[in-house]
Ligand binder design. Sequence first.
Ligand code: 2P0
Length: 333
Amino acid sequence: MRSDAWATAVAHPNIALVKYWGKRDEDLILPLADSLSMTLDIFPTTTTVRLMPGQGQDSAFLDGIPASGQARRRIAAFLDLVRDRTGSTVRARVDTVNTVPVGAGLASSAAGFAALAVAAATVYDAGLDTVGLSRLARRGSGSACRSVFGGFVQWYAAYPGIPDPDQASYAQPLGDVQLELALIAVLVDTGPKPVSSREAMTRTVSTSRLFPRWLAATLEDVPAMRAALRDGDIARVGAIAERSAMGMHDTMEAAVPPVRYRTPASRHVLGLVRAMRARGEQTWATMDAGANVKVLCPPGDAPRIAAELASMSGSRTVIAGPGPAATLTLGDW
Ligand code: 2P0
């Protein structure tokens, strides 16, 4: 490890087709169930980590603006995990450039911590393979472990009884998916979300009477989605994805106090998607921890459906397809 080492990595957001919602270990970020996702080819995050010998604490800049408080502490705690592995005490400067609105349910933390994991593991010479990088990214933000890989991905929960769950919980790409799938992001609201997904998740698990039912459904949805992806059956993929997402929102709306990410604008778009499907279009909706709606459809239909959704909702739409794994793009280490 050279004292002036630096590395730059790029990673893309992922959208879960079967959602992750609920942890069984808040510190290790172990989920209560497996989840399945598609890494996107839009909205990349680029992160540079530069070792700063002599600097007293880690510094972080998000789109050029110094991070403070919780955001800086979360990055510093993540770098501590990397330093713990390598025995280094050298602090670092982190520069992150997002192309996606932060905190709007567009998976900026997934891309951000995946890129940070790859860049930090490189400069600190942590000697991690892709599974190790996925485990590390998970400790920054659960869904980030999926953005280490491209295409369709499964995150293993490491169910109770597994001897070393930290080791056993990581993501892997699915090698047997035949599906051609597009995702249209309908940007109804790109402002920050009212409640962080971390807080919302904890509140849902501890207070929502619907949560046990949702968890049981997820345990059934994972193998059903695996089979639908393997079969390339877009109608089954869409139906399972939509019920996973809507069930997740139902369970958080039953939390005390409720977490409401679905706004009137979201509900309008959800209604448009249902109406399109009723007239024979292959369209299904999913949503994450924010008001924006993502629409799944066949790639050939995406430009037409995106244009119609944009004109009916007045919102910007962006078409995505399966995207690449997180990669190192530059460095001097
Ligand atoms: C997902 N989401 O599967 C779900 C669906 C949002 C809705 O993972 O606390 O930022 O860092 O593990 O990964 C967003 O939560 O939460 C998320 P932490 P994360 O994509």
